[in-house]
Design a protein around this ligand. Structure first.
Ligand SMILES: C[S@@+](CC[C@H](N)C(=O)[O-])C[C@H]1O[C@@H](n2cnc3c(N)ncnc32)[C@H](O)[C@@H]1O
Length: 211
């Protein structure tokens, strides 16, 4: 199965159980698909914003860490206070082998997260706010566990954002209610520049204001 079929399979998962199973199965080949056969740009795109705003000693949650590609990128840039969560143990096991996170836990975005309020200086979420993955309600918990003044940085497909009004409404509502403020929306980029993938992504960046 090629990367397009794998992506299609996880995008069309019917529930969390099926999604978890699909990622558990993909975990062995995930990095081969994303790195060796293509050129996965999101970790570097997100790292650009982290470097711009978050001090090197900041405590950062990689939410939906997968095999740890974004964490490894941040670690290589000098961030060593990294915690990761993911719904898939298979993906987490691969992330463990990288030795770049201080802790890795199985936790589900969209449910209550097992971290205290105001715990993190920043949260990154790479490739997770998309079709049949994490719901927009997950932002509430990410805001709760991020310190006021801290940052929430995530990737999203512009087509998903346009079609899925649930996300645009939630993101706007959180701003109107003073929970977070919009900082930046990065330039659009192709997720895999080496293949003829037509998947376009953007990085969004918000600053947490209050709970
Ligand atoms: C496309 S992968 C991205 C992984 C990693 N962030 C990267 O950039 O390589 C999406 C990851 O999100 C995880 N995931 C999907 N839905 C989730 C949820 N609701 N809660 C936690 N993790 C989730 C999957 O298990 C998978 O590891």
């Amino acid at each position: 199965m090629g990367i397009k079929e794998r992506v299609n399979q996880v995008y069309t998962s019917n529930n969390h159980q099926e999604l978890t199973k699909n990622y558990d199965i993909w975990s062995d080949k995930y990095e081969q698909d994303l790195i060796r056969d293509s050129d996965y740009l999101s970790p570097d795109k997100v790292a650009y914003f982290v470097l711009k705003y978050v001090p090197k000693n900041g405590k950062i949650l990689d939410a939906g860490a997968g095999t740890g590609l974004a964490g490894k990128q941040l670690y290589d840039y000098g961030y060593t206070n990294l915690v990761g969560i993911d719904i898939s143990e298979g993906m987490l096991n691969k992330a463990r082998q990288k030795n770049v996170y201080t802790q890795l836990y199985k936790q589900v975005l969209g449910e209550t997260l097992d971290f205290s309020t105001n715990f993190f200086d920043a949260v990154i979420c790479v490739g997770v706010f998309t079709y049949n993955h994490a719901p927009s309600s997950a932002f509430d918990e990410l805001i709760r566990i991020t310190k006021p003044g801290g940052y929430i940085i995530f990737t999203m497909r512009p087509d998903f954002y346009e079609i899925n009004q649930d996300f645009s409404r939630k993101m706007t509502a959180l701003e109107s209610s003073g929970k977070w403020q919009f900082l930046e929306r990065g330039e659009k980029y192709y997720s895999h520049s080496n293949t003829n993938s037509d998947t376009i992504l953007e990085v969004w960046m918000y600053q947490v204001i209050s709970k």
